[in-house]
Design a protein. Structure first.
Lengths: 280, 316
């Protein structure tokens, strides 16, 4: 059944376009850096982290992951999770998939697994493509981090990471970002079992990212108390690996939060789907 | 010598009720389908036909009642569904894959081999289009593929919900032949249709539903009073009616729309024709039994028929 599900998904225009867009993004980013930003410092994310892009190819994946984790990657994850069951309902093939001697739970688990694998591939694709594109353009050198607090033209180098260490950090960072997408994934998947229109599930899942972003203490200081419970806000904490001294506070809290969201959303999806009347 | 236990009916429905968004879609339905029967489920739109078939397929959960397939409870994922082929609410396939790949995926899920796949491809009769993307198919081609999928693995029970919706007469004929072929090969067929002509032509049995209830069921011949009714067309219906009323063995005579319908337990059509001929009345048309449409109108009443047209046959 898993093989059949992959077969249905991997040659979908939507899947191909999403993967292609993510890969192309890294290439475009590399070209853009080499055209304009090479040698200048680049502010990454909200944390005071400034890197010097042109000096090492490994700067590209750091920038790529930073610039996709709050928009592009949640969208890709919402597409794969939101399309999974609702897409099948939209094709009209859900009733045939279920009018067979297969339990609803097994079917849902298959859909979940395939959507999860596609989402993880999308997330991993960004840093991998960026490492390749960046290395081709700028070479395999130490990554230079300068003092982000300074706003003057002369920056003080605060850290100088070896390529191996950067790769290690990137690996952990990618895993952290992937984990941080799971609330969006689970919510889109829940919506996917509720609606027969995949667009609704994708938009709703991505909408959760926007809600999360709106309830951000930067925009709405009054709701700062909610900030630690927002499903997607702290997905950027991995950037603190690259400051000195490295900071990891808040990451464990965020990962526990993801587990709670996943359990709630996927639990609701399961409870709903095994009892659902398939009328379309 | 002990007799072998009777095999359970293919479909057994007892006291089935389904409430959908506060409305009773199916209301105390009893229905049995025995092996080898071809049962047509007729009724106006919204009569509960489609929901009933979806309950059998485990897609919809009954509110109450007993529903069994091959003696096993029908529920989501029931093992008995392996013996059922279905075409409900029109065909549904993965649009960016070809007809052949779609059938191959269905074969794989049903643990069927290449021989069965080739049989299904031949069944679909799509020619080279079988390797084109499903999204490029016309309505009729989609139904062919849907029917080929329903027939995969030669199911013992074929459940078809409105299998001819929106098809042209040639395609409708194909579907009818497919039903007849499946029945000839030993399959039991349960299909719904609001086009009564189809039900009449291919079914051994008919079931008429209205507002979730069963209003009539039986052999098609019995429903249309094949043995005790004749319908005559003549240019002088009133005179003909007079002659028929004076004939022994005829209990009722109706003049309706220029035709005369005579009913009686010991009806001899040959004698009737001779009698009318002797009275100088030319008979232009003669038919035994009523059409199922007429029987249906009597069962569901004209009002219901008006609110949901029973005959919406395509074509001119």
């Amino acid at each position: 059944m898993i093989w059949v599900e992959f077969k249905k998904q991997w040659r979908r225009p939507r899947t191909v376009i999403t993967f292609a867009a993510l890969a192309v993004f890294s290439v475009v980013l590399t070209v853009a850096i080499s055209a304009t930003g090479s040698g200048t410092v680049e502010r990454v994310g909200d944390v005071p982290l400034l890197i010097v892009p042109g000096t090492s190819g490994l700067s590209v994946p750091v920038i790529a992951l930073s610039s996709t984790m709050k928009f592009f990657l949640p969208l890709a994850v919402a597409i794969f999770a939101g399309e999974s069951v609702a897409g099948e309902a939209g094709w009209g093939s859900l009733r045939y998939a279920l009018a067979r001697p297969v339990s609803r739970a097994a079917y849902l688990a298959t859909k979940l697994f395939v959507a999860l694998v596609l989402s993880l591939v999308a997330i991993v694709l960004i840093p991998v493509a960026a490492v390749v594109a960046g290395t081709v353009a700028f070479g395999w050198h130490h990554l230079v981090i300068v003092n982000g607090a300074a706003s003057t033209a002369t920056h003080q180098v605060v850290a100088n990471f070896s390529p191996g260490l950067v790769l290690g950090y990137l690996g952990v960072a990618t895993a952290y970002v992937a984990a941080g997408m799971m609330s969006i994934f689970a919510f889109s998947f829940l919506l996917s079992t509720l609606t027969t229109r995949p667009f609704v599930a994708v938009a709703g899942g991505f909408g959760l990212t926007i809600v999360s972003r709106v309830f951000n203490s930067d925009y709405l200081p009054g709701v700062a108390v909610l900030n630690p419970y927002m499903p997607n806000n702290d997905v950027d904490l991995w950037q603190n690996f690259f400051v000195r001294p490295a900071v990891t506070s808040g990451m464990a809290h965020f990962l526990v939060l993801q587990v709670v969201y996943v359990v709630v959303f996927l639990g609701a999806a399961w409870i709903w789907f095994v009892r659902k009347d398939i009328l379309t | 010598m002990p007799t072998a236990p009777e095999p359970p009916p293919v479909v057994l429905i007892e006291g089935l009720t389904k409430r959908l968004r506060g409305v009773l879609a199916v209301d105390g339905l009893d229905l049995t389908v025995e092996r080898g029967q071809v049962v047509g489920l007729a009724g106006p739109n919204g009569a509960g036909k489609s929901v009933t078939l979806k309950i059998l397929l485990g897609l919809v959960r009954p509110t109450s009642g007993r529903v069994e397939l091959f003696g096993e409870p029908a529920r989501p994922g029931a093992p008995a569904l392996a013996r059922v082929g279905a075409l409900v609410d029109g065909p549904g396939f993965v649009p960016h894959l070809s007809g052949r790949v779609n059938l191959r995926l269905a074969c794989r899920l049903a643990h069927l081999g290449d021989a069965e796949l080739e049989r299904a491809v031949a069944n679909a009769r799509l020619g080279p289009a079988i390797d084109r993307q499903y999204r490029t198919y016309s309505h009729g081609m989609r139904y062919r593929l849907g029917l080929a999928q329903a027939l995969l693995g030669q199911p013992e029970l074929l459940i078809l919900d409105e299998p001819t919706t929106g098809l042209d007469p040639a395609h409708i004929r194909e579907i009818r032949h497919a039903i007849a072929d499946a029945a000839a090969a030993g399959a039991t067929v349960l299909f719904s249709s609001h086009v009564l002509r189809e039900v009449e032509q291919v079914c051994t049995h008919a079931v008429v539903m209205q507002q979730g209830r069963l209003v009539g069921a039986g052999r098609v011949e019995d429903l249309v009073h094949m043995t005790d009714t004749v319908r005559l067309e003549t240019d002088r219906p009133d005179d003909a009616a007079e002659v028929l009323r004076a004939t022994d063995g005829i209990t009722s005579v109706l003049v309706d729309d220029g035709a005369v319908e005579a009913q009686g337990p010991a009806l001899r059509p040959g004698d009737l024709l001779l009698k009318l001929d002797a009275a100088g009345l030319a008979v232009q048309g003669f038919r035994r039994g009523r059409s199922l449409e007429e029987a249906y109108l009597e069962l569901v009443g004209e009002t219901a028929a008006e609110s949901g047209p029973p005959e919406a046959s395509p074509g001119p």
